[in-house]
Write a protein that binds this ligand. Structure first.
Ligand code: ZN
Length: 273
């Protein structure tokens, strides 16, 4: 019961962060076409709260997919009943240094967010993977952080990213809220967790609990069912997502706390890279 209460509290907090403004400002033209929703379901994505975002759609809170991406994505190979999942496309040509750029200044990110990125990179590089991240001062980096629009920051979006390209490069743009520190009051470790999460998508991680987002997001059970496809189980990761302390960094929703890599996360990272 105690755990249940904890999860509920987390869910409410997560709900606040992600969903507080989700349904505002939606006009009839903003509706997501049925064919997009059904393709997303086939690919094993939750269709809860899918919204139009820039030139495409924001799926499961923070995954940016265009209609083209959605139609190009291929089905996965395993039935999603266990913990860690990757996309079909991964970063190739490893060992490889992935450069990361985050702008500073008025249209960039605060020192607190800069520190969050440094911590996110430190967490990955501490795992001695075949990919390492390196901050650079040139905007022609492999992954470029950009501020979300003011409107998207205000409507509660925390970040967005996509999946690796078919040619094996990491997804190149992470849109990130610039108000994680100023408005949400998140710590460096909390900010690092959100940034590491978006970087996780860029290198091919899906949401740990995508088969039931109620685990981290609260609300009703949102099971995509055993017929879901488009997510490949990573061998050696345990059965069933749960919050194990603060839980995996790839859970769909966050309460803003720090989620350093769990043992299962480390297994998954080491398996892929
Ligand atoms: Zn995500």
């Amino acid at each position: 019961m105690r755990k249940l209460n904890h999860i509920l509290a987390l869910a409410i907090a997560a709900g606040f962060l992600f969903f507080s403004c989700e349904n505002e400002n939606v006009s009839p033209g903003d509706e997501v076409p049925e064919e997009i929703l059904s393709k997303l379901t086939q690919l094993g994505f939750s269709t809860d709260g899918v919204m139009r975002f820039e030139d495409g759609f924001l799926v499961e809170n923070d995954i940016y997919l265009t209609a083209g991406d959605i139609h190009r994505m291929s089905p996965g190979h395993n039935i999603p009943v266990v913990e860690q999942y990757s996309t079909d496309n991964l970063v190739t040509a490893t060992p490889r240094v992935i450069t990361v750029y985050m702008p500073t200044g008025r249209k960039g990110f605060s020192s607190g967010e800069q520190a969050g990125l440094d911590e996110a990179i430190r967490r990955y590089n501490a795992e001695n993977l075949t990919i390492t991240f390196q901050r650079v001062t040139s905007s022609s980096a492999d992954i470029v952080f950009q501020r979300l629009s003011k409107g998207d920051e205000r409507r509660g979006i925390l970040g967005s990213a996509g999946f690796p390209t078919a040619s094996g490069d990491p997804y190149g743009t992470i849109k990130m809220s610039g108000i994680l520190e100023s408005t949400y009051g998140l710590s460096t470790d909390g900010i690092a967790t959100i940034m590491a999460h978006e970087m996780g998508h860029c290198i091919g991680f899906r949401h740990t609990d995508y088969f039931d987002r109620s685990i981290s997001c609260g609300g009703g059970t949102a099971n995509e069912g055993s017929g879901s496809i488009g997510a490949n189980h990573i061998p050696g990761t345990p059965t069933g997502a749960d919050l194990q302390g603060n839980g995996s960094w790839m859970l769909a929703c966050t309460d803003g706390s720090s989620r350093p890599f769990t043992n299962a996360d480390k297994t998954a990272l080491n398996y892929l890279y």
